[in-house]
Design a binder for this molecule. Structure first.
Ligand SMILES: Nc1ncnc2c1ncn2[C@@H]1O[C@H](COP(=O)(O)OP(=O)(O)O)[C@@H](O)[C@H]1O
Ligand SMILES: [Mg+2]
Length: 371
Protein backbone atom coordinates (compact mmCIF):
# COMPACT_ATOMS: atom_id res chain seq x y z
CA UNK A 1 0.00 0.00 0.00
CA UNK A 2 1.55 3.29 -1.08
CA UNK A 3 -0.37 5.43 1.33
CA UNK A 4 -1.99 3.75 4.33
CA UNK A 5 -4.51 6.56 4.86
CA UNK A 6 -7.22 5.76 2.36
CA UNK A 7 -9.69 8.46 1.42
CA UNK A 8 -12.43 6.43 -0.21
CA UNK A 9 -13.87 2.96 0.11
CA UNK A 10 -12.71 0.10 2.28
CA UNK A 11 -9.47 -1.80 1.89
CA UNK A 12 -9.00 -4.19 4.83
CA UNK A 13 -8.84 -4.28 8.60
CA UNK A 14 -5.22 -3.06 8.51
CA UNK A 15 -6.22 0.30 7.13
CA UNK A 16 -9.31 0.64 9.23
CA UNK A 17 -8.99 2.51 12.49
CA UNK A 18 -10.63 1.06 15.58
CA UNK A 19 -14.46 0.72 15.51
CA UNK A 20 -14.11 -2.46 17.57
CA UNK A 21 -17.14 -1.75 19.74
CA UNK A 22 -19.28 -0.63 16.83
CA UNK A 23 -18.24 -3.62 14.73
CA UNK A 24 -19.08 -5.98 17.55
CA UNK A 25 -22.44 -4.34 18.09
CA UNK A 26 -23.45 -4.21 14.44
CA UNK A 27 -22.34 -7.78 13.75
CA UNK A 28 -24.22 -9.01 16.79
CA UNK A 29 -27.41 -7.22 15.84
CA UNK A 30 -27.33 -8.45 12.25
CA UNK A 31 -26.39 -12.04 12.98
CA UNK A 32 -29.28 -12.12 15.43
CA UNK A 33 -31.77 -11.05 12.85
CA UNK A 34 -32.20 -7.39 13.75
CA UNK A 35 -32.57 -4.63 11.19
CA UNK A 36 -30.37 -1.64 11.97
CA UNK A 37 -30.51 2.05 11.14
CA UNK A 38 -26.98 3.46 11.14
CA UNK A 39 -26.95 7.21 11.50
CA UNK A 40 -24.22 9.88 11.55
CA UNK A 41 -23.16 13.01 9.74
CA UNK A 42 -21.58 12.40 6.34
CA UNK A 43 -18.02 11.11 6.25
CA UNK A 44 -18.02 9.75 9.77
CA UNK A 45 -17.54 6.20 8.52
CA UNK A 46 -20.92 4.48 8.09
CA UNK A 47 -20.15 2.89 4.74
CA UNK A 48 -16.70 1.90 5.97
CA UNK A 49 -18.18 0.28 9.06
CA UNK A 50 -20.65 -1.70 6.97
CA UNK A 51 -17.87 -3.00 4.71
CA UNK A 52 -15.74 -3.80 7.74
CA UNK A 53 -18.59 -5.77 9.30
CA UNK A 54 -19.27 -7.60 6.03
CA UNK A 55 -15.60 -8.66 6.06
CA UNK A 56 -15.84 -10.23 9.53
CA UNK A 57 -15.80 -14.05 9.38
CA UNK A 58 -19.13 -14.45 11.22
CA UNK A 59 -20.78 -12.51 8.41
CA UNK A 60 -18.50 -13.23 5.49
CA UNK A 61 -18.72 -16.99 5.91
CA UNK A 62 -22.40 -17.29 6.64
CA UNK A 63 -24.29 -14.62 4.75
CA UNK A 64 -24.68 -13.14 1.31
CA UNK A 65 -24.01 -9.44 1.71
CA UNK A 66 -25.18 -6.65 -0.55
CA UNK A 67 -24.43 -2.94 -0.38
CA UNK A 68 -26.80 -0.72 -2.32
CA UNK A 69 -26.06 2.98 -2.54
CA UNK A 70 -29.18 4.95 -3.35
CA UNK A 71 -27.59 8.40 -3.16
CA UNK A 72 -29.22 10.71 -5.71
CA UNK A 73 -31.97 8.23 -6.61
CA UNK A 74 -35.24 10.05 -7.15
CA UNK A 75 -37.96 7.44 -7.51
CA UNK A 76 -38.81 3.77 -7.23
CA UNK A 77 -37.51 3.04 -10.70
CA UNK A 78 -34.05 4.43 -9.77
CA UNK A 79 -34.18 2.47 -6.55
CA UNK A 80 -34.98 -0.85 -8.19
CA UNK A 81 -32.34 -0.21 -10.83
CA UNK A 82 -29.65 0.36 -8.20
CA UNK A 83 -30.79 -2.61 -6.20
CA UNK A 84 -30.74 -4.94 -9.19
CA UNK A 85 -27.43 -3.65 -10.44
CA UNK A 86 -25.71 -3.88 -7.04
CA UNK A 87 -26.94 -7.41 -6.44
CA UNK A 88 -25.84 -8.56 -9.87
CA UNK A 89 -22.44 -6.90 -9.41
CA UNK A 90 -22.01 -8.77 -6.15
CA UNK A 91 -23.17 -12.11 -7.54
CA UNK A 92 -20.74 -11.75 -10.43
CA UNK A 93 -17.91 -12.34 -7.97
CA UNK A 94 -19.52 -15.71 -7.17
CA UNK A 95 -19.70 -16.96 -10.74
CA UNK A 96 -22.30 -17.73 -13.37
CA UNK A 97 -24.32 -20.19 -11.28
CA UNK A 98 -25.10 -17.47 -8.75
CA UNK A 99 -26.36 -15.14 -11.47
CA UNK A 100 -28.36 -17.92 -13.08
CA UNK A 101 -30.07 -18.57 -9.80
CA UNK A 102 -30.87 -14.86 -9.51
CA UNK A 103 -32.31 -14.69 -13.02
CA UNK A 104 -34.44 -17.76 -12.46
CA UNK A 105 -36.34 -15.76 -9.88
CA UNK A 106 -35.95 -12.20 -11.15
CA UNK A 107 -37.33 -12.89 -14.58
CA UNK A 108 -37.96 -9.27 -15.40
CA UNK A 109 -34.22 -8.54 -15.57
CA UNK A 110 -33.36 -11.57 -17.69
CA UNK A 111 -33.21 -9.86 -21.03
CA UNK A 112 -30.88 -7.19 -19.67
CA UNK A 113 -28.10 -9.48 -18.52
CA UNK A 114 -25.84 -11.35 -20.88
CA UNK A 115 -22.85 -13.64 -20.55
CA UNK A 116 -19.62 -13.70 -22.50
CA UNK A 117 -17.76 -16.90 -23.48
CA UNK A 118 -16.15 -17.18 -20.04
CA UNK A 119 -19.48 -16.92 -18.28
CA UNK A 120 -18.91 -13.35 -17.11
CA UNK A 121 -22.17 -11.50 -16.78
CA UNK A 122 -22.70 -7.99 -18.00
CA UNK A 123 -25.49 -5.66 -17.02
CA UNK A 124 -26.97 -3.98 -20.08
CA UNK A 125 -29.90 -2.14 -18.59
CA UNK A 126 -30.60 1.55 -18.34
CA UNK A 127 -32.87 3.00 -15.73
CA UNK A 128 -35.65 3.29 -18.32
CA UNK A 129 -35.53 -0.47 -18.88
CA UNK A 130 -37.00 -1.07 -15.44
CA UNK A 131 -40.52 -1.04 -16.86
CA UNK A 132 -42.47 -2.28 -13.88
CA UNK A 133 -40.41 -1.33 -10.84
CA UNK A 134 -42.83 -2.66 -8.25
CA UNK A 135 -42.92 -6.04 -10.00
CA UNK A 136 -39.13 -6.25 -10.26
CA UNK A 137 -38.87 -5.24 -6.61
CA UNK A 138 -41.19 -8.07 -5.66
CA UNK A 139 -39.05 -10.50 -7.65
CA UNK A 140 -35.87 -9.23 -5.98
CA UNK A 141 -37.41 -9.85 -2.58
CA UNK A 142 -38.49 -13.32 -3.76
CA UNK A 143 -34.86 -13.91 -4.64
CA UNK A 144 -33.62 -12.79 -1.23
CA UNK A 145 -36.21 -15.03 0.37
CA UNK A 146 -35.16 -18.04 -1.68
CA UNK A 147 -31.37 -17.62 -1.42
CA UNK A 148 -29.56 -20.64 0.02
CA UNK A 149 -27.91 -18.49 2.69
CA UNK A 150 -29.25 -15.68 4.81
CA UNK A 151 -28.78 -12.26 3.25
CA UNK A 152 -27.70 -8.94 4.69
CA UNK A 153 -28.71 -5.99 2.59
CA UNK A 154 -27.31 -2.55 3.40
CA UNK A 155 -29.08 0.37 1.81
CA UNK A 156 -26.77 3.35 1.93
CA UNK A 157 -27.97 6.98 1.92
CA UNK A 158 -31.40 5.65 2.81
CA UNK A 159 -32.82 9.09 3.58
CA UNK A 160 -33.07 9.57 -0.21
CA UNK A 161 -36.30 7.59 -0.30
CA UNK A 162 -38.14 10.22 1.72
CA UNK A 163 -37.87 12.58 -1.25
CA UNK A 164 -39.06 10.08 -3.88
CA UNK A 165 -41.68 11.07 -6.39
CA UNK A 166 -43.95 8.27 -5.15
CA UNK A 167 -45.38 8.70 -1.66
CA UNK A 168 -45.62 5.05 -0.70
CA UNK A 169 -42.09 3.67 -1.13
CA UNK A 170 -41.36 3.64 2.57
CA UNK A 171 -44.51 1.65 3.28
CA UNK A 172 -43.90 -0.65 0.32
CA UNK A 173 -40.37 -1.48 1.45
CA UNK A 174 -41.49 -1.96 4.99
CA UNK A 175 -44.04 -4.52 3.85
CA UNK A 176 -41.54 -6.49 1.76
CA UNK A 177 -38.86 -6.34 4.42
CA UNK A 178 -41.19 -7.53 7.10
CA UNK A 179 -42.30 -10.56 5.14
CA UNK A 180 -38.80 -11.48 3.98
CA UNK A 181 -37.52 -13.73 6.74
CA UNK A 182 -34.31 -14.60 4.96
CA UNK A 183 -32.77 -11.12 4.93
CA UNK A 184 -31.83 -8.47 7.45
CA UNK A 185 -31.34 -4.85 6.49
CA UNK A 186 -29.03 -2.00 7.40
CA UNK A 187 -30.32 1.45 6.60
CA UNK A 188 -27.47 3.93 6.61
CA UNK A 189 -28.17 7.62 6.41
CA UNK A 190 -26.51 10.98 6.85
CA UNK A 191 -29.37 13.32 7.48
CA UNK A 192 -29.83 12.82 11.14
CA UNK A 193 -33.17 14.55 11.54
CA UNK A 194 -34.69 12.82 8.52
CA UNK A 195 -33.40 9.41 9.56
CA UNK A 196 -34.53 9.76 13.16
CA UNK A 197 -37.93 10.85 11.98
CA UNK A 198 -38.28 7.86 9.67
CA UNK A 199 -37.47 5.35 12.37
CA UNK A 200 -38.75 6.95 15.56
CA UNK A 201 -41.97 8.61 14.53
CA UNK A 202 -45.09 6.53 15.25
CA UNK A 203 -46.66 7.86 12.07
CA UNK A 204 -43.97 6.34 9.82
CA UNK A 205 -43.96 2.80 8.41
CA UNK A 206 -40.56 1.87 9.85
CA UNK A 207 -41.46 2.94 13.37
CA UNK A 208 -39.94 0.60 15.95
CA UNK A 209 -38.90 -1.96 13.38
CA UNK A 210 -35.15 -1.38 13.60
CA UNK A 211 -32.37 -0.89 16.14
CA UNK A 212 -30.89 2.59 15.96
CA UNK A 213 -27.11 3.05 15.96
CA UNK A 214 -25.63 6.54 16.04
CA UNK A 215 -22.05 6.48 14.84
CA UNK A 216 -19.73 8.82 16.75
CA UNK A 217 -16.15 9.83 15.99
CA UNK A 218 -13.42 7.29 16.62
CA UNK A 219 -11.76 8.06 19.98
CA UNK A 220 -8.75 10.37 19.72
CA UNK A 221 -6.31 7.93 21.36
CA UNK A 222 -7.28 5.27 18.85
CA UNK A 223 -6.62 7.61 15.97
CA UNK A 224 -3.29 8.64 17.43
CA UNK A 225 -2.21 5.02 17.74
CA UNK A 226 -3.43 4.22 14.26
CA UNK A 227 -1.61 7.19 12.72
CA UNK A 228 1.61 6.53 14.63
CA UNK A 229 1.59 2.87 13.67
CA UNK A 230 1.25 3.63 9.97
CA UNK A 231 3.85 6.40 9.98
CA UNK A 232 6.31 4.13 11.82
CA UNK A 233 5.56 1.21 9.48
CA UNK A 234 6.46 3.43 6.57
CA UNK A 235 9.72 4.51 8.23
CA UNK A 236 8.20 7.90 8.99
CA UNK A 237 7.30 9.82 12.09
CA UNK A 238 4.41 11.99 13.24
CA UNK A 239 4.92 14.47 16.07
CA UNK A 240 2.83 13.98 19.18
CA UNK A 241 -0.11 16.40 19.18
CA UNK A 242 -0.48 16.49 15.41
CA UNK A 243 -3.42 14.11 15.25
CA UNK A 244 -5.02 15.87 18.21
CA UNK A 245 -4.87 19.20 16.43
CA UNK A 246 -6.55 17.83 13.32
CA UNK A 247 -9.06 15.88 15.39
CA UNK A 248 -10.14 18.96 17.31
CA UNK A 249 -10.35 21.23 14.31
CA UNK A 250 -12.46 18.74 12.34
CA UNK A 251 -14.61 17.39 15.18
CA UNK A 252 -13.05 13.95 14.80
CA UNK A 253 -14.79 13.36 11.47
CA UNK A 254 -13.02 10.38 9.96
CA UNK A 255 -12.72 11.54 6.37
CA UNK A 256 -10.99 14.81 7.30
CA UNK A 257 -8.50 12.94 9.45
CA UNK A 258 -7.83 10.47 6.66
CA UNK A 259 -7.52 13.17 4.04
CA UNK A 260 -5.06 15.28 6.02
CA UNK A 261 -3.03 12.32 7.29
CA UNK A 262 -2.86 11.07 3.73
CA UNK A 263 -1.48 14.43 2.64
CA UNK A 264 1.03 14.62 5.49
CA UNK A 265 2.18 11.06 4.86
CA UNK A 266 2.71 11.81 1.19
CA UNK A 267 4.53 15.07 1.71
CA UNK A 268 6.96 14.46 4.56
CA UNK A 269 8.87 11.83 6.56
CA UNK A 270 8.53 13.88 9.70
CA UNK A 271 5.02 15.28 10.10
CA UNK A 272 4.84 18.09 12.65
CA UNK A 273 2.09 20.07 14.30
CA UNK A 274 3.20 23.09 12.31
CA UNK A 275 2.61 21.27 9.03
CA UNK A 276 -1.12 20.85 9.59
CA UNK A 277 -2.18 24.35 8.63
CA UNK A 278 -0.27 24.18 5.41
CA UNK A 279 -1.62 20.73 4.58
CA UNK A 280 -5.19 21.96 5.01
CA UNK A 281 -4.55 24.94 2.75
CA UNK A 282 -2.96 22.77 0.09
CA UNK A 283 -5.88 20.35 0.08
CA UNK A 284 -8.32 23.26 -0.04
CA UNK A 285 -6.42 24.79 -2.95
CA UNK A 286 -6.60 21.50 -4.83
CA UNK A 287 -10.39 21.78 -4.68
CA UNK A 288 -10.44 25.43 -5.66
CA UNK A 289 -12.05 24.85 -9.06
CA UNK A 290 -14.93 22.95 -7.54
CA UNK A 291 -15.50 25.65 -4.93
CA UNK A 292 -15.48 28.37 -7.56
CA UNK A 293 -17.95 26.36 -9.62
CA UNK A 294 -20.25 26.12 -6.63
CA UNK A 295 -20.04 29.83 -5.94
CA UNK A 296 -20.69 30.84 -9.53
CA UNK A 297 -23.99 29.00 -9.44
CA UNK A 298 -25.23 30.99 -6.44
CA UNK A 299 -27.15 34.24 -6.42
CA UNK A 300 -25.14 37.16 -5.10
CA UNK A 301 -27.07 37.10 -1.83
CA UNK A 302 -26.37 33.43 -1.34
CA UNK A 303 -22.71 33.97 -2.18
CA UNK A 304 -22.36 36.83 0.29
CA UNK A 305 -23.97 34.80 3.02
CA UNK A 306 -21.78 31.76 2.29
CA UNK A 307 -18.67 33.91 2.56
CA UNK A 308 -19.95 35.49 5.76
CA UNK A 309 -20.65 32.12 7.36
CA UNK A 310 -17.27 30.84 6.21
CA UNK A 311 -15.48 33.77 7.79
CA UNK A 312 -17.50 33.49 10.94
CA UNK A 313 -16.85 29.74 11.31
CA UNK A 314 -19.79 28.80 13.51
CA UNK A 315 -22.37 31.45 12.72
CA UNK A 316 -25.26 32.12 15.08
CA UNK A 317 -28.04 34.73 14.89
CA UNK A 318 -27.39 35.20 11.20
CA UNK A 319 -30.53 37.29 10.76
CA UNK A 320 -29.58 39.53 13.69
CA UNK A 321 -28.61 43.14 13.05
CA UNK A 322 -25.04 42.56 14.18
CA UNK A 323 -24.35 39.73 11.76
CA UNK A 324 -26.15 41.43 8.88
CA UNK A 325 -24.20 44.65 9.43
CA UNK A 326 -20.82 43.09 10.05
CA UNK A 327 -20.88 41.27 6.71
CA UNK A 328 -22.75 43.97 4.80
CA UNK A 329 -25.67 41.70 4.01
CA UNK A 330 -28.90 43.08 2.67
CA UNK A 331 -31.60 42.34 5.21
CA UNK A 332 -32.72 39.75 7.70
CA UNK A 333 -35.33 38.39 5.33
CA UNK A 334 -32.95 38.02 2.39
CA UNK A 335 -30.45 36.29 4.69
CA UNK A 336 -33.16 33.91 5.85
CA UNK A 337 -34.10 33.02 2.29
CA UNK A 338 -30.51 32.58 1.17
CA UNK A 339 -29.76 30.45 4.21
CA UNK A 340 -32.63 28.05 3.46
CA UNK A 341 -31.40 27.65 -0.09
CA UNK A 342 -27.81 27.01 0.97
CA UNK A 343 -28.93 24.45 3.53
CA UNK A 344 -31.15 22.73 0.95
CA UNK A 345 -28.18 22.54 -1.43
CA UNK A 346 -26.10 21.09 1.40
CA UNK A 347 -23.58 23.90 1.14
CA UNK A 348 -24.35 25.05 4.68
CA UNK A 349 -25.40 22.96 7.65
CA UNK A 350 -27.87 24.19 10.22
CA UNK A 351 -28.13 22.68 13.68
CA UNK A 352 -29.51 24.23 16.82
CA UNK A 353 -29.31 27.71 15.39
CA UNK A 354 -25.70 27.34 14.26
CA UNK A 355 -24.78 27.64 10.59
CA UNK A 356 -21.53 26.23 9.21
CA UNK A 357 -20.05 25.57 5.81
CA UNK A 358 -20.65 21.89 5.10
CA UNK A 359 -17.26 21.16 3.56
CA UNK A 360 -14.67 22.16 6.10
CA UNK A 361 -11.93 22.49 3.48
CA UNK A 362 -14.20 24.89 1.62
CA UNK A 363 -14.59 26.85 4.82
CA UNK A 364 -10.82 27.22 5.14
CA UNK A 365 -10.58 28.22 1.51
CA UNK A 366 -13.34 30.85 1.88
CA UNK A 367 -11.54 32.32 4.86
CA UNK A 368 -8.29 32.51 3.01
CA UNK A 369 -9.80 33.80 -0.21
CA UNK A 370 -12.14 36.40 1.27
CA UNK A 371 -10.31 37.38 4.46
N1 LIG B 1 -12.44 3.40 10.84
C1 LIG B 1 -11.87 3.98 9.76
N2 LIG B 1 -10.52 4.01 9.63
C2 LIG B 1 -9.96 4.59 8.56
N3 LIG B 1 -10.64 5.19 7.57
C3 LIG B 1 -11.97 5.18 7.65
C4 LIG B 1 -12.67 4.59 8.74
N4 LIG B 1 -14.00 4.75 8.54
C5 LIG B 1 -14.12 5.43 7.38
N5 LIG B 1 -12.92 5.69 6.84
C6 LIG B 1 -12.65 6.48 5.65
O1 LIG B 1 -13.23 7.75 5.90
C7 LIG B 1 -13.95 8.19 4.75
C8 LIG B 1 -15.40 8.43 5.08
O2 LIG B 1 -16.00 7.21 5.47
P1 LIG B 1 -17.39 6.71 4.92
O3 LIG B 1 -17.56 5.34 5.47
O4 LIG B 1 -17.48 6.88 3.47
O5 LIG B 1 -18.36 7.74 5.66
P2 LIG B 1 -19.94 7.86 5.56
O6 LIG B 1 -20.46 6.65 4.89
O7 LIG B 1 -20.40 7.99 6.98
O8 LIG B 1 -20.21 9.13 4.79
C9 LIG B 1 -13.70 7.16 3.69
O9 LIG B 1 -12.63 7.63 2.92
C10 LIG B 1 -13.30 5.92 4.42
O10 LIG B 1 -12.36 5.21 3.64
MG1 LIG C 1 -21.44 6.55 3.11
Amino acid sequence: MENPFITYGYESADYFCDRKEETHQLVRLLTNGNHVALISPRRMGKTGLICHCFAQPQIHDNFYTFLIDIYATKNLQDFVFQMGRSIVARLKTKGQAAIDKFLQVVTSLRTGISFDGQGNASWNLGIGDINTPSFTLEEIFDYLQSADKKCIVAIDEFQSISAYAEANVEALLRTYIQSCRNAVFVFAGSQQSMMSEMFSSPARPFYQSVSLMFLKPVALVEYERFAERHFENGGKHIEKGTVELIYNQFDGITWYLQRILNHLYASTDMAKIDDVKNAIMQIARQNEDAYEDTIIQLTSRQRDLLIAVGREGCATKITGTQFVKRYHLESASSVQKAASMLVAKQILTHRNGVYEVYDKFMKEWLRYRYQ
